[in-house]
Design a protein around this ligand. Sequence first.
Ligand SMILES: Cc1ncc(C[n+]2csc(CCOP(=O)(O)OP(=O)(O)O)c2C)c(N)n1
Ligand SMILES: [Mg+2]
Length: 896
Amino acid sequence: MLLADDMLQIKAPSVDDLNPQETAEWVEAFAQILDEAGPDRAAFLLNQLAARARGAGAAPQYAVNTPYVNTIPVEEQVPFPGDRALERRLKSLIRWNALAMVVRANKYDPGIGGHISSYASLATLVEVGFNHFFRGSYGDEPGDLVYLQGHSAPGYYARAYLEGRLNEEHLRNFRHELREHPGLSSYPHPWLMPEFWQFPTVSMGLGPINAIYQARFMRYLENRGLLKPTPRKVWAFLGDGETDEPESTGAIRIAANEKLDNLIFVVNCNLQRLDGPVRGNGKMIQELEAIFAGAKWNVIKVVWGSDWDELLARDKTGLLVKRMDECLDGDYQTIAVRVGAYIRKEFFGKYPELLDLVAHYTDDQLARLRRGGHDPEKVYNAYKRAVEYEGGPTVVLAKTIKGYGLGEAGEGRNITHQQKKLNEQEMEYFCQRFEIPIPPESIHDVAFYRPPEDAPEMRYMHERRAELGGYLPERKVKRIEMEAPPLDYFSETLTGSAGREVSTTMAFVRAMTLLLRHPKIGHYVVPIIPDEARTFGMESLFRQIGIYASQGQLYHPVDQEMFLYYREVKDGQILEEGITEAGAMASFTAAGTAYGNFGLPMIPLYTYYSMFGLQRMGDLLWAFGDSRGKGFIVGATAGRTTLNGEGLQHQDGHSHLLMSVLPTCVAYDPAYAYEIAVILQDGLRRMYQDNEDIFYYMTVYNENYAQPAMPEGAAEGILKGIYRFKAAEGGQATVQLFGSGPMLNEAVKAQQMLAEKYGIAADVWSVTSYSELRREALAVDRWNRLHPAEPVRQPYIRQILEGTQGPIIASSDYMKAIADQIAPWLDGRLLALGTDGFGRSENREHLRDFFEVSAKHIVAATLSRLARDGKFDAARAAQSLGELGVNPELPDPAKR
Ligand SMILES: Cc1ncc(C[n+]2csc(CCOP(=O)(O)OP(=O)(O)O)c2C)c(N)n1
Ligand SMILES: [Mg+2]
C-alpha cells in the first residue's frame, strides 16, 4: 500500500535480504516521511531514488499495479450526498422491474431471451450515475453521452418506466417489437427506438472504441469553435469480459495522448462473462489496472465496500491485503456464492492472524461483506474523482457480483448469464431481499411495480434528474436545415479533363476540395484518413485546412520549408488517424452522428485503402447504420486489377459485395469524374437536405485516364445505377456491354474491337451501382407480389433495357457476384466477367488478362456467348479466342 498514489509498486527484489536490520531502518525512515510529510513527498523521494538507482544500473523492478484494495483511501472519501434509503428503494424497484420484464417475456414466450444478471451486477454503478452524475443537458447544450452496457438494457427500460417515459405496455412488449403495442428492442438500437437509444453498444468492444473517438471528436468540435465547451463527459460502461475484445483496449493510448479528461470508462468487474470466469486463474482488475495505467489512464479501483474499511484499518501487518492480493478471481467467484463459514475457512482461514481479525464477526456478517461496486458511497467517490480529474481519461474498475441479489437463482453462478427463468420461490426471495411491496399473487403474475407519483422515492428520482438537466438515455434530433449545393457547383468536374489523364481518386479529391471551400457548408466537412493521404494525393489539404492536433504542433516539422508541409494545428479540419481503420471508423461514427448528438450536421468523408478498411470494420459499420449515421465512405485504391503491383492482401475485388449487405448504405462504383460529382451532390441532398438516415460508399481508383464530359441527361441513370454511356455507331446494337469503374474503358475498347474486327454493334452502359438496381427491382417485385390483381410494374433495369437486343456482357473490377445481383431481371442474358479469386503482384495489363476482364476477354466472351445463342458461328468463335490471345486451357483464376 506504500505507493497506492503513485501507481507503482516496487516488487520485492529477487535476492535474499542480506541485512534485515538495515532494511528495517530504511522502511522505518520511509514510514516516518510518509507520516510526517505525506504521500506526495514520499512518492517524490522514491522517484528520486529510483532515478539514481537506474542511473547506477541498480534499476528496481516495477509492476504497474497497486495492491488489491480501493484506490481512494477512506480518509480521502467524501460523505455520500444523496439519500441512501431512497436511492436503495429506487434501485430495488428498478431491479425488480428489470427482472420481471425478462422473466415475464420468457414465461409467455419461452425462448424469447433477455438478460437479468448483468444489470443485477451493474445497478449501483449506473444508479449512482443517474442520481448524481449523468447530465441530461447543460442549459441549451447537450449533456453527457453515456454508452451503456448493451445487454443490461432491461435496467434502463425499468428506470424509464419509473420515470414515466415508458409504460407497462412497453415493458410487457419487451422483445416483442412487431406486435400491436409499442415494443421494446432487446438491446440499444437507435434504428429501432430513435427517440430513446443513442448508442448501439451490444456488439462487444464497439462501445469502448466509439466512446474514445466520441470524446476526441467532442474536443475537435470545441477546438474548431463549432461546439461550446461544457464540462460534458463521455461515459462508457463495459463488461470485464468485453475488455478481451481488441477494440475495447486497442485505442486507449489515443485517449491518454489526447488528454481526454472528458472520458470515463467504468468496467463492471463481476469477474464473469457468458461461459464462466473471465480470468479464473488471474485477477481481472489487476490486469486491467496494469493495461490502463501503462497507457497513462487515471485508474480508480473500487474493490471493497465500506464493511471492509474497519478490517483493513485493523490489519496492521498487511496480511489481509496480502490475502486479497493472492486470492484468484476463480476463488472470489466461489466465495461470492458460499456461506459465511466457507468464507471464514477458505479466505480468512489461510492465515491464523486473519481468523483472529474476524473472530467477532458472525458467519452472516462475513457473507454480507460487500464488494466495492455494490457500495454507493465508494462508487460515488470514484465517480467524483473521475469527473474532477484533469489531464487525461479515467477508468473505474469496480468489483461486483454477477447476478447480484438473485440468490440461488444465479448469483455468481456460471449459468447466471443465461438465467431467464426464476421459480416462484426464487422470485419471493428476491422480493423479500429488496423489499418489493407486491402481494404474493402478483409475484406469481410477475407484475411490474411503480409507486404512486407522490411517493418520496418518485419525487426524489424526478428531482435528481431535473437537477441534472433531464432524462437519459434520450435521443433528441433536430431536423437538419441545409441546402445541398447544386450540381453546377461541381461544374469543373462535369466538363471532362480535355484529354488530360486523371484518376477518379484525383477527381474525388478535387470535388472534396470544392466542398471544403463552400461558404456555407465547407466547415462542416470532416476529411478522415488513416495514414494514406499521400497515397490518395490529398497532401495539399494539409496546408489548406490543417491536420487536427489537440495540442497544436509542438515540434519543428522536418518539411517546414516546403509549401505542403505536415501542418498540425489545434483547429485543423483533417482527422489524420494513423494506421487504424477501426479508429477512423469510430471517428466517422462520431462525426456522422453529430447531427443527432450535438445538432451539428457534420459531413464526414472517410477515405481509406479499400481492401483494408471494410474487412476490418464490418461490425462498426453495422453499428453505424443502426446509429442512423450519415456521411461518405470512400474506398480508394479500389479494384483487384486496377491497383497494380501490390498483390493478394491489397487488391479489393469484393468490398461492394460486403457493403451491399448494409441496409442504409448506398454504394456506387463510378467510372468517371462527373459520376462522382453527381453522386456526391445527391448524397448531400438526400442526407443533409432531405434528412434521410443513410450513408454512402464509393470506390475510387488510381488509374489515370481521360475523363469525358458528362453526357446530357445522364444524372438520373447515374443515381439509379445505370445509363447508356456510348451507343453503337451505325445500326442497332446486337450486344450490350456493361462496365463499372475503370473497366468501363475496357468495355469501350471492346465495343470498338467488336465493330472493327467482327462487324458486331454493341452499346456500352455505365453501371454505377448493381446494388441500387437490385434494391429497386426487389422493391418492385415485392409490390407485384403483394398486388397480384394490379397491372404488373417493371423495375428500372428492365425499363431501361427495353428494346435492346442480345446478350449482356458485364465487366467490373469486382467479383462476378456483383453483376449477378441483377441477373433475375435480365432473362438469362447476363454473362458476368469479374475478378473472383486471390490477387497477384503484377501490372494492370497482366492482372486484367489473368482475371479475364480486359477488352479482349470482353470480346471473346461476347463471341462465345453469341455462338451459344446461335447468333455467331461456333467454330469461328473458338478460332477467334486464339486470334485474341485468349488461351482457353489456362486454369480458372478463381481457384489459383
Ligand atoms: C462481439 C460480441 N460477441 C459476443 C456477444 C454475446 N455476449 C453477450 S453478453 C456476453 C458476455 C458478457 O460478459 P461481460 O462483458 O463480462 O459482461 P457482464 O454480462 O458480465 O457484465 C456475450 C459473450 C456479443 N454481444 N458481442
Ligand atoms: Mg463480466
